[in-house]
Design a protein around this ligand. Structure first.
Ligand SMILES: [Zn+2]
Ligand SMILES: [Zn+2]
Length: 265
């Protein structure tokens, strides 16, 4: 049986330009807004949350107000935060791990390399540390000491039809999620590709720890989805135009039936 997959947009940042999102871009001053998502996989009573968003406190601290509390945004899907017992954290950046504390009953699936990266010598550098928030990392460590983290090393299985795949580049332990759906194998790229254009143009995103690995990751994403149209970039506002909205909530987009518009890949 296949999984239902929804993307929930909980925040946006409209004051960005292309130079924030694409390295070496000729048109670096042109506006280029970004959406913030979390993703929900559901199958016959099973639920897997992919990433947690960030809360209002973190949004205020970073000047990026949220539109919805990530935990409350689950309501149109019939879910409460307490129901979440399986959570895939794609990486520990603030916009993906900033709500770990909102899901206290979750077992968290994380790459071992990501925990090592976020708590190791690389964090001595401001330029590598700034997308992380120490309270989020401390929460991850707390959950580790509660026995609530399952570590993966490269490829791993979370449930029948749901696997994780480490992709280097953006951080040391980012993982994309491959999920079997009605439309085929869907790949939630998270920040392995923020936008379709990162992949189609081979244009790196400027938050990068290993440029070669990031470029290889764009190719790796193509191997994880049944077809390119089922690669879902982590922050692209186009996703909400290409895939259909939930009938009762315009901030929720349904992904598992495939696109209804043309995908620029
Ligand atoms: Zn990130
Ligand atoms: Zn991100």
């Amino acid at each position: 049986m296949t999984w239902t997959v929804h993307a929930i947009k909980y925040a946006e940042q409209t004051d960005r330009v292309r130079g924030h999102n694409f390295m070496f871009d000729d048109n670096h001053d042109a506006p280029c807004p970004i959406d913030f998502f979390l993703w929900v996989l559901q199958r016959d009573g099973e639920v897997i949350l992919v990433d947690t968003g960030f809360d209002a406190t973190e949004g205020a601290r970073r000047g990026r107000p949220i539109r919805l509390d990530p935990a409350e945004a689950l309501a149109p899907l019939g879910l409460r935060a307490a129901d979440i017992t399986t959570l895939i954290c794609t990486h520990l950046h603030f916009d993906h791990a900033g709500g770990l504390h909102l899901f206290p009953n979750a077992q968290i699936h994380l790459q071992a390399a990501e925990m090592q990266y976020a708590t190791g010598p690389c964090m001595c550098h401001d330029a590598l540390r700034f997308p992380f928030t120490v309270d989020h990392i401390c929460e991850a460590v707390r959950r580790l000491y509660q026995g609530r983290i399952t570590f993966h090393d490269g490829d791993g299985q979370v449930a029948d039809g749901v696997t994780v795949h480490q992709i280097g580049g953006h951080t040391k332990g980012l993982q994309a999620v491959r999920v079997e759906t009605e439309a085929g194998a869907l790949c939630l790229a998270s920040d392995a590709a923020h936008f379709y254009e990162n992949i189609s143009g081979g244009k790196p995103f400027p938050i990068v720890v290993d440029l070669e690995a990031m470029l290889n990751g764009f190719k790796q994403l193509r191997t994880l989805a049944s077809r390119p149209a089922l690669i879902i970039p982590g922050h692209d506002p186009l996703v909400r135009q290409i895939f259909p909205a939930h009938p009762n909530a315009d901030f929720i987009t349904r992904l598992d039936r495939g696109p209804t518009g043309s995908v620029p890949l």
